[in-house]
Design a protein around this ligand. Structure first.
Ligand code: SAH
Length: 452
């Protein structure tokens, strides 16, 4: 029997969804933040629930061979990276194992999971940053929220972001301090500047800066733009978004372009994308390419096949596959994303992609009724996975191959189990590391139809 405040020694065997260490004491599961598999720890129990407990690490008795000093000095206070204290090799293996165990436990699918596809340099990979702005001792601070709070940690350099952010942060602080611009206070709801958003095109070097204000006017606009042009290499666009609401949502509804065209351009492989202040774009473009190349390999297209891409977002996978397919149908619920998808098809001269807006669970059965059948179906659903009606329609469409791109191993396991019960067999399972130092796991799976 374990009680709160007990001090015990334990081995960490696994990692939980949020990157915390997991161990067992007499069969009872205990989660320990900061623990990694292979650690032998002294832990103080902080919470005991019916089926699990939580503990705080008080001493590392023997460190896991994968334990390492995080490159970032604020890794343990910042909410951004959960597993930077694990070496990269350990992170990749942990993600692979998580997929393998989840498929076996939830889906009863016993299969070999390939080694996680990682990055050569797992740093500076993010192309988008959101800095809340605050003030400390009369000076502007910019950085990230502390874990589980809205207190800002002042950081000019984040190791997973593009290094250009450091320059942008310096310019912004200089602007705020020299012109006495006020910053937003969430509690009192006063002050002007709320957030700075930056986006970078990794292949083009183009940079966008978006300022979010609680108020319609941006003082010393001209001076700010000049400072940014002078200081930020590759600056292409500056935009201003107004958000006067008392909300955690970052963007307000109105955006004005202050400098440039209002968008930047980037590429994934040969495909070109225009990225505007609020449009969605994958945050790790290098690994996105690796992921889509895997999806393309699994789709095994010769140019004769039709493809259905369900949950297609701005059409990135659809267009990637359209380069090798006869025709691609994309389905997505967000109307603005479908507009972007159509625009992206146009700027890439791809006219064999057709996009449908609506809920997959309504649109896909409708397409089936209209007689649409494709050799390949790709799904890339949100965390909750596919609705059963979507899976049922896929089964009825009898595609030869299903390529499942997943950001949640648990719902992946559930959905693969459904497809296995209905005539499909899991052939390949490939985790891809889209977010080094975080506990997120992305997986691409190939299933093929078993001949009847
Ligand atoms: N494949 C895309 C993004 C996938 S993210 C890419 O690679 O960029 C999952 C997408 O599913 C989101 O765009 C989300 O808006 C969409 N979505 C969520 N629920 C949906 C539903 N019920 N029907 C259709 N699309 C949905």
């Amino acid at each position: 029997m374990i009680n709160v405040n007990d001090v015990i020694e334990m081995e960490i065997k696994d990692t939980g969804h949020n990157g915390e260490g997991v161990g067992r004491i007499d069969g009872f599961t205990v989660f320990v933040e900061g623990g990694i598999p292979g650690d032998h720890l002294k832990v103080k129990i902080t919470k005991v629930k019916k089926t699990y407990g939580m503990g705080r690490m008080i001493e590392i008795m023997t460190a896991s061979p994968n334990r390492t000093e995080p490159r970032c000095p604020i890794a343990d206070v910042c909410g951004g990276c959960q597993i930077m204290h694990m070496d990269y090799k350990g992170q990749l293996e942990m993600k692979r194992k998580r997929v393998e165990e989840t498929l076996a436990r939830i889906g009863k699918i016993e299969t070999t999971v390939h080694a996680t596809l990682g990055m050569d340099n797992p740093y500076e990979y993010r192309n988008k940053a959101q800095f809340p702005i605050g003030v400390m001792d009369g000076k502007a601070i910019l950085g990230f929220y502390k874990k589980g709070s809205h207190e800002i940690v002042d950081t000019e350099y984040c190791h997973i972001q593009s290094p250009i952010n450091e320059t942008i942060a310096k310019v912004m602080k200089h602007y705020i301090d020299s012109f006495g611009v006020t910053v937003y206070d969430e509690k009192k709801r006063v002050g002007l500047l709320r957030h700075v958003i930056t986006k970078v095109g990794f292949t083009t070097g183009e940079v966008m800066v978006v300022l979010i204000t609680n108020g319609k006017q941006l003082p010393h606009k001209k001076e700010l733009i000049d400072l940014l042009i002078e200081g930020v290499k590759g600056l292409k666009t500056v935009a201003h978004n107004i958000n006067e609401k008392n909300t955690n949502v970052i963007f307000g509804s109105k955006t004005k372009t202050l400098h440039g065209e209002g968008y930047i351009t980037d590429y994934i492989g040969d495909l070109k994308f225009n990225i505007s202040p609020q449009s969605f774009f994958q945050v790790n473009p290098m690994q996105t390419k690796a992921l889509y190349e895997k999806a393309l390999e699994y789709a095994n297209l010769t140019g004769e096949e039709n493809v259905l891409d369900i949950y297609c977002g701005i059409g990135t996978i659809s267009l990637f596959l359209a380069q090798k397919a006869k025709k691609v149908y994309g389905v997505e619920v967000v109307e603005a994303a479908i507009e972007d998808a159509k625009h992206n098809a146009k700027i890439n001269n791809l006219n064999n992609a057709e996009f449908h807006v609506g809920k997959a669970e309504e649109v896909v059965p409708q397409l089936y009724k209209e007689g649409i059948r494709t050799e390949v179906v790709v799904v890339d659903p949100p965390r909750k996975g596919c609705e059963e009606s979507v899976l049922e329609t896929i089964v009825n469409m009898e595609p030869k191959r299903v390529v499942y791109v997943s950001c949640n191993p648990a719902t992946l396991a559930r959905d693969l189990a459904y497809l296995e019960e209905h005539g499909y067999k899991t052939q390949e399972v490939q985790p891809v590391d889209m977010f080094p130092h975080s506990s997120h796991v992305e997986t691409v799976v190939l299933m093929s139809r078993v001949d009847k």
